[in-house]
Design a protein around this ligand. Sequence first.
Ligand SMILES: Nc1ncnc2c1ncn2[C@@H]1O[C@H](COP(=O)(O)OP(=O)(O)O)[C@@H](O)[C@H]1O
Ligand SMILES: [Mg+2]
Length: 291
Amino acid sequence: MDNNTPGTSSFPTISSAGDDPGLEMLQHNDRQTCGTPFLDDPLISCREIEVFYGEQCALHKMSLDIGHREVLAIIGPSGCGKSTFLRCLNRMNDSIEECTVQGEITLDGVNIYDKNVDVVPLRTRVGMVFQKPNPFPKSIYDNIAYGPRIHGLAASRSELDEIVTSSLQNAGLWDEVKDRLTSTAMALSSGQQQRLCIARTLAVEPEVILMDEPCSGLDPIATTKVETLINNLSECYSIILVTHAIEQASRVSQRTAFFHQGFLVEVGPTARIFTTPESRLTENYITARLT
Ligand SMILES: Nc1ncnc2c1ncn2[C@@H]1O[C@H](COP(=O)(O)OP(=O)(O)O)[C@@H](O)[C@H]1O
Ligand SMILES: [Mg+2]
């Protein structure tokens, strides 16, 4: 496959758009994704990804690169395939029986769907943080130590202590929990629980962090803390952030991808997507969310 040729999948375009995007008449035309889906030196490279749930196609021949140490925001209406796309990147869709994934996804040049690839180490390299914080019903310490223990990342108790400390520090949670590491994680606030889940992901030394609407259940102060954290983490990790908040995408991401009905409509530098989108679909979505 020619990696430099943008995908030629079809996606819905507007045949008659009024002021109300809800009244748009959509039709399917053969069109290319607007913008710049391809990078010179990608960490992850997706080519013509198609995902089916049984007969239903949820992602249509999607091609998109993710760079080293960038935050890519994914925006789009509910049901457009954002979570499905994230799950492709660490093969979480494998556990959905009727789900099939076609196309090619490479991480550092290796096809992650190759039969020789073990999904357990893949999911440590490509970690995931969910919409609802999901700490284990264990102590704060044991939540963070769980991954390093099962992957044998620490040779001694003191090494494990170091991993727990640095993970909590890097997740911006250390000062709030350092005096109660043996207390249950379930007693933390939801904002703290979400940063704990991020710390748990960091503890197994990922390269990529997938975040699926990580702030949707958080108050504005907790949201700001997670956004600050995303900014800091992007110095070391590639982060793919699904968000419903346009303002959040503009605050934390360098690139933004707009999905619509399972199609990658447009992708490019966040500042450009939000000021001069090429696609009317993108423009209407952003305008409706900002007004
Ligand atoms: N486990 C599943 N089984 C069947 N259909 C699914 C499943 N998960 C998602 N879908 C369908 O795939 C499409 C995309 O869903 P999803 O990726 O969850 O969208 P988003 O995250 O953008 O809201 C939707 O039509 C949804 O109903
Ligand atoms: Mg979703």
